[in-house]
Structure formats: structure tokens, C-alpha cells
Ligand binder design. Structure first.
Ligand code: 13P
Length: 339
């Protein structure tokens, strides 16, 4: 298959009505933090057990079209010997891979960060592909206050995202471009909207400079929400209106799908907000979810590291997948939480 048709086929299997993505690509330190919260030690085998449990949830493919994995998981196997990427693929879920190497302080820009991992990226993609990955993810983060992110941080992260996306496309891997405007802080909804618009504008400018085919990439943005310490929080209707306004101003219609991150929203908030976004009517792109915590938190709480909780863990994941699947079509009702 040529690279173009390969990219097109992957986009088609990911961008599916009523389906979203499961982000299960927590890095070593992040999964250790999540496990610590439920009193579980982060060993290779605990990570393998937990992630096999998620991917073997029966029927997960009904609402999940792709899963983002961490490099370690690509090489792990379920108890019966099935490689974990194959376990996902067997349910019609396309495996993907987080390829950034995390963030560091951006030099000469106090309080700003830059994502690393471009060196050797093209070479690293080859084995990932052989292990079954068809798409990739790179996350840039933007800290918000009255003056941050700086112009430098906005430009440097846009350039890295675009460089990554171009490298992926050349290797036949669909890039998910993730610019995350952080929810931390006491900034207002207006400030989040202003920063998100600036960030996305710069990202698409850089993608154009790097000749990235917009038809063969996906966007994973944060929603427009006030900082979590801001005095006035916003309901789903307001979040939806502000999010859609910014996206319509900045994201070309050629982009096939926008898959939001949850970024610290509670599972119910992330679902209600996605639902409100999809009730605003037809938009040029499919609008769905690529949640990590908002899909996994209830499952992890149910699991607590115990094999005996397998069924409850999978039920909790399937429930969030089903409710978000409904929200991705504007068909969610808060009463469904009680089912
Ligand atoms: P959250 O939905 O927990 O923000 O995670 C999504 C993700 O992939 C962050 O990179």
C-alpha cells in the first residue's frame, strides 16, 4: 500500500460516527502517580495486567475506534500470549503510539515548556509500525496566566508539532496533533479562549509550512474552559459555544476529526461538555473524544490492582465508553449516568 492510501485507510478506521479514542499512553511517571492513588505499585506486570484488562473489555470496539499506547505496552502480551496491540486490533480498535519524550522547561521563557523527542523520530517509528501502530500522538502543553504562554512558547511548540506530524506522514503513520492549553490556574474562560485561539492559529500555520496534509492528521485539543481555580466555572452550554467558536476560527475543514482530551475534567463533565459541543449542529469535522482520565478513572478505582475486580473494571470502562459514544453524537442525557 502506498503511503497516501495507508494514511487514508487509517484515518477512515479512526474517524467513525459514535466512536472515539482511548488514551492509555501514560508515561512511566504518570502511570506510577495514577497507580499510587489506588495503592498499586507500578511494576511491569501490574501495568501489563491493567492494560490487558482494559483492552480485553468485551465490546469496547463498539465505541472506541483507536487506542493510544505507551511504547512499553506495544511489546507486552496478555496472559494467553496475545500481544496487546493485537488484542486491541482483534476488537476493531486501531493501535497507536505516544512518540513524544515529554516536556522540559523552555530556555529563555520562564514558566513555559517545550516537548522533546524529534531526534531520531523517523527511525523510532519503524519498529512501532512493525509492532502494529498505525497512528501516533505528540502532546504540547501551554501553561496559562496573565502573560503565559509567551510568543516564543507558542511558536516553538507549533514548530515541533508540525515537524513531528510531517515525519509521521512520511512514514505512513497518521499524526495526532495535541496542543493542550492547561486547565491549571485561576484564569478566566475568556483568557482560555484567547490562548487557545492563538495556539491553534500558530499550530495550523506551522502545519502548512511543514506541508502536512490536513486530510491525513487528527487534532486533539483541549476544550475552552476556565482555569480550575477560577471563581466562576462554566456549564456545558457555555463551554461548547466558546470551544466551537475558537475551532471554527482556526481549524480548516480539511481536518477530518477533532478528538478532545479531558485534561482534568471529571468523567461526567467531560461527557456533558462533549455532548453540548455536538448539540450545536453540524460542523466540518467529526467531534469526538480521546480521553485518558475521563475514560479510565472509574475503571482504575474499581480495579485497585485486584484480579478479582476484573469484571467491575471492564464494566466501568465500557460505561464511560458508551456514554461518550452517545455524547459524540449529541445523544447523552445525565440520567444515563445512573444506568
Ligand atoms: P486526559 O484525557 O487524561 O487529559 O489524557 C489525554 C491525553 O492523552 C493527554 O496527553
Amino acid at each position: 500500500m502506498g503511503t497516501q492510501s495507508e494514511l487514508q485507510a487509517t484515518v477512515q478506521s479512526l474517524v467513525r460516527k459514535g466512536k472515539g479514542l482511548l488514551a492509555a499512553d501514560e508515561s512511566g511517571p504518570t502511570i506510577a502517580k495514577r497507580f499510587k492513588a489506588i495503592g498499586v505499585e507500578s511494576t511491569d506486570d501490574n501495568r501489563r495486567a491493567y492494560r490487558s484488562l482494559l483492552l480485553s473489555s468485551n465490546g469496547l470496539g463498539e465505541h472506541i475506534s483507536g487506542v493510544i499506547l505507551y511504547a512499553e505496552t506495544l511489546g507486552q502480551r496478555a496472559d494467553d500470549g496475545t500481544p496487546l496491540p493485537q488484542l486491541a486490533a482483534g476488537q476493531g480498535i486501531v493501535p497507536g503510539i505516544k512518540v513524544d519524550a515529554g516536556k522540559i522547561a523552555l530556555a529563555h521563557a520562564p514558566g513555559d515548556e517545550i516537548t522533546e523527542g524529534l531526534d531520531g523520530l523517523a527511525k523510532r517509528l519503524e519498529p512501532y509500525k512493525q509492532q502494529g501502530a498505525h497512528f501516533a500522538k505528540w502532546r504540547a502543553v501551554y501553561n496559562v496566566d496573565g502573560v503565559r504562554p509567551s510568543r516564543l512558547a507558542v511558536q516553538a511548540n507549533a514548530d515541533a508539532l508540525a515537524c513531528y506530524a510531517a515525519i509521521c506522514q512520511e512514514q505512513g503513520i497518521v499524526p495526532i496533533v495535541e496542543p493542550e492549553v492547561l486547565i491549571d490556574g485561576d484564569h478566566s474562560l475568556d483568557r482560555c479562549a484567547e490562548v487557545t485561539e492563538t495556539v491553534l492559529h500558530e499550530v495550523f500555520h506551522a502545519l502548512h509550512r511543514h506541508a502536512v496534509a490536513l486530510e491525513h492528521m487528527l487534532l486533539k485539543p483541549s476544550m475552552v474552559v476556565p482555569g480550575k481555580d477560577h471563581a466562576q466555572q462554566s456549564g456545558p452550554a457555555e463551554v461548547a459555544a466558546r470551544t466551537i467558536r475558537v475551532l471554527r476560527r482556526t481549524v480548516p475543514a480539511a481536518v477530518p476529526g477533532i478528538f478532545f482530551l479531558s485534561g482534568g475534567q471529571t468523567p461526567a463533565e467531560a461527557t456533558a461538555n462533549l455532548d453540548a459541543i455536538n448539540r450545536l449542529g453540524p460542523q466540518p469535522w467529526l467531534l469526538s473524544f480521546s480521553y485518558g482520565r475521563a475514560l479510565q478513572d472509574p475503571a482504575m478505582q474499581a480495579w485497585k490492582g485486584q484480579a478479582a475486580n476484573a469484571r467491575a473494571t471492564q464494566d466501568a470502562l465500557l460505561k464511560r465508553a458508551r456514554l461518550n459514544g452517545a455524547a459524540s453524537q449529541g445523544k447523552y442525557e445525565p440520567a444515563m449516568e445512573a444506568d
